[in-house]
Design a protein around this ligand. Structure first.
Ligand code: PHE
Length: 391
């Protein structure tokens, strides 16, 4: 675990130890509302953490500039878990036990959200993950929420897309067995693709951090698939698609939201042609909420936001809205307010928290052309096409 920014968190740790060590009230008697964030600012999925952090900070600064919440300013306390599960645990322990945050935002990766969730649940500190899609995340307890869709929905959507829209019948899968996200998405894709009448001709695996995927890809090639599903994170997927094309595999390659990173196609723009992935957001969406967010983000960070940035922004604003509705930072009242969120107007769509503490939302399919992410189709929460497919 790395504190970030180091000075500020070291100071707040020292202060909280001094002032609040015997204080049981979340937040303590201060003029600020401490909200914790754990994110992968460095390590294998660094762009996830950096983007979500940028989105969180943009929202906090806007809210504070407009007067804060309940007459107080938000103090966002950020911990870098370095993309490691063990560090996610340590980060959340510090936020909950030393910083006495009243709520936790994070993580992006499902495995790390699942590692942090039991700590929040035990302390009755509401946790909202902006982006973790694995179905089990919110099953960790009644204080654990997400504002994104789930992997059963995402996997099903991509299987239907492969079978119905692209007309494919023989799918191969290459999954990351070290990530709950990848394992869950693999299962959902398989179920739907075979239910529709398709065949899984090969299923191969790798582990986070691997760099050479040629053996698995060679065996996939030998099975003669007409589509390949790679439900992984961008660092490995970037190498997988390169190596697949080098081996002469030309069929479409599909993935999920873990592909979304400015790093994905760098130096492999041509190899990524004929690939698609599901996401939470598209910069090509003409919706005014989306375009306003893109403008504000670009003005501040001089780069185009990805889905994590938008989800971080939404999660932070939704939390602030719930604190306002609760009229208090009391954990029971805040939990209830988050749980009763209805039609919150997010950049990533309208967000209603359901009885399982998940959000049912539309999904966007992105087509990659010469390294650029283009909007291909939006599908509604019940699988219904909301726009025609743009090939
Ligand atoms: N859904 C991924 C997970 O659960 C994380 C992710 C979200 C990655 C959004 C990219 C964009 O692990």
């Amino acid at each position: 675990m790395k504190s970030y920014p180091i000075l500020k968190t070291a100071l707040s740790l020292a202060l909280s130890t001094l002032l609040f060590s015997s204080c049981k009230t979340a937040g303590g008697p201060s003029n600020t509302i401490p909200i914790g964030e754990f994110a992968s600012l460095t390590g294998g999925t660094a762009t996830f953490g950096q983007s979500v952090h940028n989105g969180d900070v943009l929202a906090v600064d806007e809210i504070n500039a407009a007067g804060g919440i309940l007459g107080k300013q938000i103090d966002l306390i950020t911990e870098d878990d370095q993309s490691k599960t063990e560090d996610a645990v340590a980060s959340v322990q510090k936020l909950v036990n030393a910083d006495h945050v009243i709520a936790v935002l994070g993580e992006v990766a499902s495995s790390r959200s699942m590692a942090g969730a039991p700590i929040c649940q035990a302390a009755h500190v509401p946790m909202i993950t902006p982006a973790s899609t694995n179905i089990d995340v919110t099953k960790k307890g009644d204080y654990i929420f997400r504002i994104c869709y789930t992997d059963p929905f995402q996997g099903q959507t991509m299987a239907q897309f492969a079978y119905n829209t692209l007309g494919k019948r023989r799918a191969a899968i290459l999954l990351d067995v070290k990530q709950d996200y990848s394992v869950g998405l693999d299962a959902a894709f398989k179920n739907t693709f075979t239910f529709l009448g398709g065949t899984i001709v090969s299923e191969q695996s790798y582990s986070t951090g691997d760099k050479d995927f040629r053996a698995a890809l060679t065996s996939i090639k030998g099975a003669n698939p007409d589509v390949i599903f790679v439900p992984g994170y961008y660092t490995e997927v970037s190498l997988i698609v390169r190596q697949a094309r080098e081996l002469g595999i030309t069929v479409p390659i599909l993935g999920g939201d873990g592909w979304d990173s400015p790093e994905l196609t760098k130096g492999a723009e041509a190899q990524f042609n004929n690939t698609y992935f599901s996401n939470h957001f598209s910069t090509e969406d003409p919706d005014t909420t989306v375009q306003l967010f893109i403008k504000k983000y670009q003005d501040r960070y001089h780069t185009v936001p990805d889905a994590m940035a938008a989800l971080g922004y939404d999660a932070t604003r939704l939390l602030a809205d719930a604190i306002t509705r609760a009229g208090s930072t009391d954990s029971v009242k805040l939990r209830r307010a988050i749980a009763s969120t209805k039609n919150f107007p997010g950049v990533t769509g309208n967000i209603t928290i359901d009885a399982e503490r998940n959000a049912s939302k539309p999904i966007t399919i992105i087509k990659i052309v010469n390294g650029a992410f283009h909007f291909a189709q939006r599908i509604g929460p019940n699988g219904e096409p909301m726009t025609p497919f743009q090939p």
